[in-house]
Design a protein around this ligand. Structure first.
Ligand SMILES: [Zn+2]
Length: 513
C-alpha cells in the first residue's frame, strides 16, 4: 500500500456557513447531520470543478465525444517477468460515444506479453457486435451488455462526463476532505454512479480541474487498494478545458501512460458507427455462462473446468498415494470449490502437490487454498518470491485462519518429473515465452496429453482465432524441439483440443490488419 496521504476533513468553515444559512432557510444546506454537511461541502467542490472545466451549461450540451488514446501499458500481475524492469506493452484506442443516441464505436489495438489484439466494438439501437480485426470475425454482444446501463462506464473516460454524472447523482455526493496529489492540495469528493460504481474525484484546489479519480478494488496481494485514473496537461478547446494525458495506476503501480486527444461534439453521421468488415465471418455469441464440468482425459486424469462459471481449469492427476493439481486459478474461494471437485473425482487421497504454469495473477489467485490444504508448490525458482507474497497476503480465507509458509519443489534445469512407477507427470519449463519468461507446461507422456496456460485459446463459441499469436508460435516450436508426443492439449482457459485442431489453427493465415 503506497501513497496513502492523510485526509483532513475541512468541515469547520462550511459548517459555520451552513448553520448561518439554516437559520434563515430550512430548505438548503441543513447542517443537522454529518451527511448533510459532507454533501454540502462536496457540492461546493463539484460546482468549482464544473465551472473550471467549462460550466454546467457546457457540460449539458455534450452529446458526442471522440477520444483518441495512445500509450504504453504495464498491466499489474500480467507482465512477462516477475520483477521490474518490465517490458511495456502498447495500447491505441479510439472511442466515439454518442450519448444522445446511445451508440458507440470503440476500436482498441493492444500489444503486450506475446499477444496482439485488434478489436472494434459497436453498440447501437440496443445491439452490439465485436469485430475481431485479426480473425476477421463478427461476434454479437448480448443485449444485456448493449443496454443504456452499459454506457455509464464510458462516462468515466472523460472528466466532463464524470462531473456531469456527479451533477445528476447529487444526493450521493460526500466530501472526503483534502489530500495532496503530485505535491498540490486537492479537494476530494465521492459519489455513486448510475452503474453503482463509487468514485472519488480529486479536484485541484488551485485550478479547479479534475486531476484524477479513484475506484477501490481488492488486490490479491495487498487487499483493498485504489485504482487511480489520472488526467493531466489540460488545454483549452472551445469552451472547455480538456486533458491531454491519461494514466492509470493499480495498487500504486503505473499500469498505463497515454496521450489523449479529446473532441467534444464532433460532427458524426450513421456512417461514423460503421466498421469496414468486408469478408468478415459472423460467428455465434459467446455463451452467457460456462458449464461447470469435470472432464476425464484418462484413468485418473481430470480437467476440473469452469468452476463457478469462471473460464479457468485445473488439471488433477491421481498417483498411487496422492493427487497432483496443476494450476490454482481464480481466488481462494474459487480454489476451495476446485479442491472439492478434485476430491470428488479422485476420492480418498491428499493433494500433495500444486504446480503453476506461470506467475500471472489469474494463475496463482487460488494458490492459498492449496497451500492451506497442505500442498507443496511446484514451480520455477524465479517464482519463489511471488508465491511467498501471495501466501502472506492479507486475505480472509482458510490460510489466514491457519497460516503456514509455502513449501516448494523447484524445477531443475527446466524439468521436474513426478512418478510413482506407474503414473508419470513431467513439469517442463518451455520458456522463455513472449507471454512469461518462465512458462511451465504439464506433460503426461503415457496419456499423450499436455496441459498449458495462456499459450493457446479456443473461444467458447469455437470461432476462428486468426493468425497465431507470438506466444502460440513459441509454444508450437517448443513442442517440436522437445519432440513431445501429444494427442490432446488441455488448457487453463478454454476447452481441451486435439493436436489436429491446434495444427490447423497454426496454419491459419488471415492477414492481420
Ligand atoms: Zn498469463
Amino acid at each position: 500500500m503506497l501513497r496513502k496521504g492523510t485526509a483532513l476533513l475541512l468541515l469547520v468553515a462550511c459548517t459555520v456557513h451552513a448553520q448561518a444559512v439554516n437559520q434563515t432557510n430550512n430548505q438548503t444546506n441543513n447542517p443537522e447531520t454529518l451527511a448533510e454537511r459532507s454533501q454540502a461541502t462536496a457540492r461546493a467542490v463539484l460546482d468549482r470543478a464544473v465551472a473550471a472545466i467549462g460550466g454546467a451549461e457546457g457540460l449539458r450540451s455534450i452529446e458526442v465525444v471522440r477520444l483518441q488514446l495512445e500509450g504504453e501499458t504495464w498491466p499489474r500481475l500480467q507482465m512477462p517477468t516477475v520483477a521490474p524492469p518490465f517490458e511495456a506493452g502498447t495500447q491505441r484506442e479510439t472511442l466515439l460515444l454518442d450519448l444522445k443516441n446511445n451508440r458507440l464505436k470503440l476500436e482498441q489495438r493492444g500489444v503486450g506479453a506475446g499477444f496482439d489484439g485488434h478489436n472494434t466494438v459497436v453498440i447501437k439501437s440496443g445491439q452490439g457486435a465485436n469485430y475481431d480485426n485479426r480473425a476477421h470475425t463478427i461476434t454479437p454482444i448480448p443485449v444485456a451488455q448493449s443496454s443504456q446501463q452499459q454506457f455509464i462506464q464510458y462516462q468515466r473516460r472523460l472528466p466532463h462526463l464524470l462531473l456531469r454524472q456527479a451533477l445528476d447523482r447529487e444526493t450521493s455526493l460526500r466530501s472526503l476532505g483534502q489530500d495532496t496529489y503530485e505535491g498540490k492540495p486537492h479537494d476530494v469528493f465521492t459519489f455513486v454512479m448510475a452503474d453503482t460504481q463509487q468514485v472519488a474525484v480529486y479536484v485541484d484546489a488551485a485550478s479547479g480541474l479534475v486531476s484524477k479519480y479513484e475506484l477501490v478494488f481488492i488486490d490479491p496481494f495487498t487487499g483493498a487498494e485504489a485504482s487511480e485514473i489520472m488526467f493531466g496537461n489540460y488545454t483549452r478547446a472551445g469552451n472547455f478545458q480538456v486533458p491531454q494525458t491519461w494514466g492509470t495506476r493499480q495498487a500504486g503501480d503505473l499500469t498505463l501512460r497515454a496521450q489523449l486527444q479529446v473532441e467534444i461534439n464532433p460532427a458524426v453521421t450513421d456512417q461514423s458507427f460503421e466498421v469496414a468488415a468486408d469478408g468478415y465471418q459472423r460467428v455465434a455469441a459467446l455463451p452467457d455462462t460456462l458449464d461447470e464440468k469435470i472432464e476425464q482425459l484418462a484413468d485418473g486424469v481430470f480437467v476440473i473446468q469452469n468452476v463457478a462459471g469462471q473460464n479457468q481449469n485445473t488439471l488433477a492427476v491421481a498417483f498411487k498415494d496422492y493427487i497432483v493439481a496443476v494450476e490454482a486459478p481464480g481466488s481462494s474461494a474459487g480454489a476451495e470449490e476446485v479442491i472439492k471437485r478434485i476430491k470428488t473425482a479422485i476420492p480418498g487421497k491428499p493433494i500433495r502437490y500444486v504446480a503453476m504454469t506461470h506467475h500471472h495473477g489469474d494463475h496463482i489467485g487460488g494458490l492459498r487454498a492449496f497451500i492451506a490444504e497442505g500442498a507443496t508448490v511446484v514451480t520455477t525458482e524465479g517464482n519463489r518470491e511471488v508465491v511467498e507474497r501471495m501466501a502472506a497476503a492479507p486475505q480472509l480465507d482458510r490460510l489466514a485462519k491457519n497460516p503456514r509458509k509455502p513449501e516448494f519443489l523447484f524445477l531443475q534445469r527446466g524439468k521436474r518429473v513426478l512418478t510413482d512407477g506407474t503414473r508419470t507427470l513431467e513439469l517442463l519449463d518451455i520458456g522463455p515465452n513472449p507471454h512469461a519468461r518462465e512458462m511451465v507446461v504439464a506433460y503426461l507422456p503415457k496419456e499423450r496429453v499436455v496441459f498449458q496456460g495462456d499459450l493457446f485459446f479456443l473461444p467458447a463459441n469455437d470461432a476462428p482465432v486468426g493468425p497465431p499469436q507470438a506466444t502460440t508460435v513459441s509454444f508450437a516450436q517448443k513442442l517440436k524441439d522437445l519432440k513431445l508426443g501429444v494427442d490432446r492439449i488441455a488448457s487453463v482457459h478454454g476447452r481441451t483440443t486435439t493436436i489436429e485442431e491446434f495444427n490447423s489453427a497454426m496454419r491459419s493465415a488471415v492477414p492481420s490488419t
